[in-house]
Design a protein around this ligand. Structure first.
Ligand code: DX5
Ligand code: ZN
Length: 216
């Protein structure tokens, strides 16, 4: 059976105790910490910025997977790298220069990636398959945790997983939004290698057990 890495989103964690939250995520056996940055413009919600990434960095050894839902990410990516991000991903349609933005992240020695909404086609990533370390497929429209997975994204996962194989590069395929203990196995079979799990982790009674189930 295929396994996947699990990345709990701290959007569903305790904002009054984020240090403790990320060290718990590590104790529960997760592989990455997913950090959802929202600016109230690209998405209709506001969360946190670079100071939060810097503040939580000392509380875990796990990689920080920073998902930027912001307009003009090119203006901020380097500061997220300096704050301690291990991965920085952004939505290409939010940037005037997606390739230049990817290069800014890479030049900082940080892994880079692009995020595709459920209604966007892959032409936005195809030109950059030579650069990206990760491609993130949204399973929901970004902005809020706890939404239900949009089933038509299955097709996107299949197609993209094939296209990644063809590149021969080691590109992670992350699914973000709507992942549960019940549907995780299907996504692993379709080729997802990183499962973001906000509510599926934090709402579970036994968080470590939930992570284990999703990892497979
Ligand atoms: C959605 C965020 C997701 C979200 C996932 O805007 O990008 O990372 O927190 O939440 P769940 O796992 O609860 O769907
Ligand atoms: Zn996210």
């Amino acid at each position: 059976m295929k396994q996947a890495m699990v990345a709990p989103s701290i959007l569903s964690g305790d904002f009054a105790a984020m240090g403790e939250t990320v060290s718990n995520v590590e104790k529960w056996g997760a592989d990455l910490v997913h950090c959802d940055v929202m600016d109230g413009r690209f998405v209709p919600n506001i969360t946190f910025g670079m100071p939060m990434i810097k503040a939580i960095r000392p509380y875990t050894k796990l990689p920080l997977d920073v998902h930027l839902m912001i307009v003009e990410p090119e203006l901020y990516v380097e500061r997220f790298c300096d704050a301690g991000a291990s991965f920085v991903t952004f939505h290409p349609e939010a940037s005037k220069d997606p390739r230049g933005t990817l290069l800014k992240i890479k030049n900082k020695g940080v892994k880079c990636g692009l995020v595709i909404n459920p209604d966007k086609d892959f032409s936005l990533v195809r030109d950059h398959m030579d650069l990206v370390d990760m491609i993130v497929l949204m399973g929901v429209f970004p902005g809020f945790g706890g939404q239900s997975y949009i089933e038509s994204v299955d097709e996107n996962i299949k197609t993209l997983s094939e296209e990644i194989k063809k590149t021969g590069r080691n590109i992670l395929l992350e699914l973000d939004g709507g992942v549960t203990q019940q549907n995780a196995a299907k996504f692993r079979d379709l080729g997802v290698t990183v499962l973001v799990a906000g509510s599926a982790t934090f709402k579970a009674e036994d968080k470590a057990a939930a992570i284990k189930v999703m990892r497979g």
